[in-house]
Design a protein around this ligand. Structure first.
Ligand code: SPV
Ligand code: MG
Length: 557
């Protein structure tokens, strides 16, 4: 069965990939539809999303229409799109669905040789079958003009034989389309041609008509007497003929040839018009699918699952932002905490959340306390420390202890830093890593309380300095000659680091120290038991404690 292993009835990547090697091929599925005694239906699609829509609706097979693929590219149905451009579209359609696709191959894009290459490439693209029509390249749509010239019968039979000899899946379906009725050559010519094409190896015959009634199709069907499955395209005559008539006549397959594109055009026209007139989205918003429906259709959930599987660090990266303290910045902190101060049109917290998101943090928990109702931001998970007035930082962190799991960033709620600082932190090896500014207290008035650090060695700034640096202690007061930097309020924990963090919080609680402990104490205790790495920086961050800091923050962004 040729390339059956990969030409399964499943899309090749993304959400729908399952049981690749055991499912029957899409060609087998199309063959089953066309050869089964039940009337089958193929729905028109012209790109990945329309293919997906038809599949979700329940159709079991697709018609990749030449008319609608070219029209959706803004082109005429006159082979203006090259066959490889059509092939590109077909690949998107095949990837977006699991359904068998019968491709409108027009005339086969040339002579027998072009058909050979087309069929081979369709096989590579997991296309189940092709329909070729007995006209000449470049083709003209059947509904345009009268008496379009037909191909010589023997020459067209050569195209059919060449196509069948080139298929790489035994079940690949070649449908020969007879244009004799459309071109006004009459019933006998149509039957003669159908017979010849069947003898040349065509699996099924598409008998086409542009009459407004089904009379000539039904006459052909009767005279054909089921020598091979018949496929019809009742665009012009279905309104006058109930589908059951075709079923009873023994037709194999109906193609609904262009209705997805036509309905899309109607809907897009109406939406464009409304938005143009209103200069607003208000009227259309309830009428169009939500953006999250697009995410669902293209399988974003699968990508998230894949990220969890293949990008364990980043995909699971969470953050806890400690923003419980009120701050004391006069009017600026009236009715809202420090983290909600406006810094050039965005709150401090919004800016921090954006930085964290840019760094790949997926879930951001914010521990609120003072003026907690003012701490609202889309996309954050609020955690409340209602005892913020009498408790310290570690107690706030402990309020979010359910979120201390896996890869985690912990940040103060009043810091701003350039994105590269977080990137550097995430890339620094270690189960616990803190970011320290080597110029402790830089630009801060004397006496400002800082989280000073003492490390295994000082920052050198040398290009080749990549020896790990370990935290020895962190505190507001350290012997001057021991200070090598200032913690900026940003740290990272691996899954192991998070476990150690939970243990240390539990230890503080057991010792009755949880309520009052600050983060420097926590880190110093952690550093005594586990390696705590230090990622040195030299600027490009600030924290907001004073009105001067607010002014600096406004310049920072
Ligand atoms: C197509 O959909 O491109 C077809 C069917 O070939 S028809 O437009 O009826 O010719
Ligand atoms: Mg066509």
């Amino acid at each position: 069965m040729g390339n059956n292993v990969t030409s399964t009835g499943v899309a090749r990547d993304g959400a729908m990939s399952t049981a690749r090697s055991v499912a029957p091929s899409r060609s087998a599925a199309l063959r089953e539809l066309i050869f089964s005694p039940d009337l089958a239906f193929l729905m028109e699609a012209h790109n990945g999303i329309s293919a997906k829509i038809a599949e979700e609706t329940g159709f079991r097979g697709l018609w990749a229409s030449g008319l609608t693929i070219s029209a959706s590219l803004g082109l005429r149905d006159s082979n203006e799109a090259s066959w490889t451009q059509v092939l590109d579209v077909l690949e998107y359609m095949a990837d977006a669905t699991t359904l068998p696709i019968l491709v409108d191959g027009d005339t086969g894009y040339g002579n027998f040789n072009n058909v050979r290459r087309l069929v081979r490439k369709l096989g590579d693209t997991h296309i189940a079958g092709v329909c070729i029509e007995d006209k000449l390249f470049p083709k003209t749509n059947s509904f345009i003009g009268e008496r379009q010239p037909l191909a010589d019968i023997d020459e067209f039979c050569g195209r059919i034989k060449a196509g069948k000899d080139s298929q790489t899946d035994d079940d690949f379906v070649l449908v020969a389309r007879v244009e004799a009725l459309i071109s006004g050559h009459g019933m006998d010519e149509a039957l003669l041609r159908a017979e010849a094409y069947h003898a040349a190896g065509a699996d099924a015959i598409l008998i086409h008509s542009k009459r407004s009634t089904a009379s000539e199709i039904l006459e052909f069907t009767e005279k054909w007497a089921n020598r091979a499955p018949l496929v019809i395209v009742p665009t012009m005559y279905s309104l006058n003929t109930p589908t059951d008539v075709f079923r009873q006549a023994g037709i194999s397959t109906i193609i609904w040839a262009n209705h997805n594109l036509r309905s899309a055009i109607s809907a897009m026209r109406e939406t464009s018009r409304q938005i143009f007139e209103d200069q607003s989205l208000r009227e259309v918003e309830g009428r169009v699918v939500p953006v999250k429906e697009i995410f669902r259709m293209v399988g974003n959930a699968e990508l998230e699952a894949a990220e969890r599987r293949y990008l364990p660090g980043k995909a699971n990266l969470g953050a806890i932002v400690l923003a419980a303290s009120g701050g004391n910045l006069g009017e600026l902190t009236e009715g809202k905490p420090k983290c909600m101060i406006d810094i050039r049109g965005q709150s401090l917290l919004q800016r921090l959340v954006t930085s964290l998101s840019n760094g790949g943090v997926r879930e951001i928990s914010v521990v609120r306390g003072a003026h907690k109702d003012a701490v609202v931001l889309p996309g954050i998970v609020p955690v409340d420390n209602d005892r913020f007035a009498e408790t310290g930082e570690v107690f706030s962190l402990a309020c979010a202890k359910e979120r201390i799991d896996g890869e985690l960033v912990v940040s103060y709620g009043d810091v701003l830093f350039r994105d590269y600082i977080l990137d550097g932190l995430l890339q620094t090896e270690g189960d616990i890593v803190v970011v320290a500014d080597a110029q402790a207290g830089r630009n801060k008035p004397a006496g400002t309380v800082c989280d000073l650090v003492s490390t295994s060695r000082p920052y050198t700034g040398d290009y080749f300095d990549d020896e790990p640096v370990r935290l020895k202690a962190m505190a507001a007061a350290l012997p001057a000659d021991a200070v090598t930097g200032e913690w900026i309020g940003l740290a990272r924990f691996s899954a192991q680091g998070s476990e150690w963090l939970r243990e240390e919080i539990a230890a503080l609680e057991a010792e009755g120290l949880l309520e009052k402990a600050d983060l420097p104490l926590l880190f110093t205790r952690l550093a005594a038991k586990h390696p705590v790495s230090v990622h040195f920086i030299t600027s490009h961050w600030l924290d907001v404690d004073t009105l001067t800091d607010v002014a600096a923050a406004r310049n920072f962004t």
